[in-house]
Design a protein around this ligand. Structure first.
Ligand code: FES
Length: 155
């Protein structure tokens, strides 16, 4: 069944957003999108879903987890689609996170200078394998990225 003027089938949402249908279904399962079902059980998305998907993609590019994106969307009245003003307010709140990620990348870049041609990956002295020399203080598990970058890579 094709899209109507008010609603889109998932294939049209995928084509217009550039996202895979599986990703759209996943976002829906995670509560980031909502659809209605036809009597035959097919999804129908409101056209505003495209703007919501653009918001989700932008937020992911900033490094937000799906939980954080859901929390941001939940701040909107009645769970509506973000407006330009909403986007301005929410994206402003992400500035500090971006600054932190940029600073972490700059520290990695600076560490890389000493690593070029070295290859030791020493846990004691390599700034790439042990940023800020804090491995022993941060507990077990993968510790090779600065916290700001680690947070965005664990989504
Ligand atoms: S690889 Fe030797 S200091 Fe980083």
């Amino acid at each position: 069944m094709p899209s109507t003027s008010d609603h889109l089938v998932i294939g049209d949402v995928a084509r217009r957003s550039g996202m895979a249908s599986s990703a759209i279904r996943y976002y829906e399962s995670q509560g980031l999108l909502a659809s209605t079902r036809t009597t035959g059980g097919q999804r129908r998305f409101p056209r505003a879903v495209l703007r919501r998907l653009a918001f989700i993609r932008a937020a992911q590019n900033v490094g937000l987890s799906l939980d954080e994106i859901r929390a941001a969307l939940d701040t909107l009245p009645s769970g509506r689609t973000p407006t330009k003003a909403d986007w301005a307010r929410l994206s402003r709140s992400w500035q500090a996170r971006l600054d932190e990620q940029i600073a972490a990348l700059e520290r990695l870049r600076d560490g890389l200078t000493t690593c070029i041609g070295c290859g030791c990956l020493s846990l004691q002295r390599c700034r790439l394998s042990n940023p800020d020399d804090v491995l022993g203080e941060t507990g077990p598990g993968a510790r090779y990225l600065p916290p700001a970058l680690r947070a965005s890579s664990q989504r």
